[in-house]
Design a protein around this ligand. Structure first.
Ligand SMILES: [Zn+2]
Length: 288
């Protein structure tokens, strides 16, 4: 082969090899861009889903949408943070006439809080949401409304004289949903108010403070009794729901213990007190 031909040939080879390398590099670059784009899309999608889950937990946690059955059995998560921001108190009345829990005298569980209202008072939706049930129960709730809220809980308003919303209607926090009354099993106008998580009643007093017309905090952290969690690096087991009592004038720990059917020692222990401790009216004591 003459020298000239060799030069031409090696030049062509170099051209070919370099263009092939360039093509490979280009493909690699394209794949990398493609991957990056997919990653960006995945992140965007993830963020979108997360935002949706965070802002509307109820859209993902309930198995179905049914205009019946207030209470139902659904497994509860170990913990669930209820966002109470954006609340509106269901009534401007502040007097609690019956608490949540077991009523030894009547041998039945009271599923909500009773708040004294006057006939004709407007009752408001506590949070944004969608009306799941409007119904009438002659021997129970009377006229009542159940709203499923975006924050994951449901609220129930009973003994209304009139309902102002219809099923499947979207409501905002503060939307008038009914007029206070005395329908159903009720002696005297009052609002029976329930807060439910996945069909299970929670004590509304854990979230709503009617006396002070406020919520108990921006969030309420529900922990399923018996579930494990870690606090300050220590594994703990969630106990039964915590319950509190606001001390009234002239009350003693003994009297409070008898009122709720718990041991005095339990109140001492839960509040880091002893028999010599002095309690003041207005002080909040945990009794369960
Ligand atoms: Zn009630």
């Amino acid at each position: 082969m003459n020298r000239f031909l060799f030069c031409i040939l090696s030049f062509v080879c170099t051209l070919f090899v370099s263009s092939a390398t360039r093509a490979q590099a280009l493909i690699a670059e394209e794949v990398s861009i493609q991957r990056q784009m997919e990653a960006v899309e995945a992140v965007a999608l993830r963020n979108m889903l997360l935002n949706e889950v965070n802002s509307v937990p109820s859209a993902h946690m309930y198995p179905e949408w049914k205009n019946s059955k207030v209470h139902f059995n659904h497994s509860l998560p170990d913990s669930f943070r209820i966002d109470l921001r954006g609340f509106v108190m269901p009534t401007t009345n502040t007097k609690i006439t019956d608490k949540f829990g077991y009523r030894p005298r009547r041998k039945r569980v009271h599923n909500g809080l009773d708040i004294k209202v006057n006939r004709g008072d407007t009752i408001y939706a506590a949070f944004d949401g969608k009306v799941r049930i409007t119904a009438y129960q002659r021997r129970g709730y009377g006229h009542y409304v159940v709203v499923r809220h975006h924050n994951g809980i449901e609220t129930l308003y009973a003994h209304l004289s009139k309902k102002l919303v219809v099923e499947n209607e979207n409501v905002k926090a503060g939307t008038p949903i009914g007029i206070g009354g005395n329908t159903g099993r009720s002696s005297g106008p009052h609002l029976h108010f329930e807060t439910l998580l996945l069909g299970k009643c929670l004590d509304p007093a854990l979230m709503f403070d009617f006396k002070n017309q406020d919520v108990t905090g921006d969030f309420y952290l529900y922990r399923r009794p018996g579930s494990k969690y870690i606090e300050n690096g220590v594994v703990k087991i969630a106990g039964p729901e915590k319950k509190y009592h606001k001390v009234k004038q002239g009350e003693t720990i003994g009297k409070i213990a008898r009122k709720y059917g718990v041991e005095q020692e339990m109140i001492f222990k839960l509040n880091k007190l002893n028999s010599r401790s002095i309690i003041r009216p207005g002080q909040t004591l945990r009794y369960q």
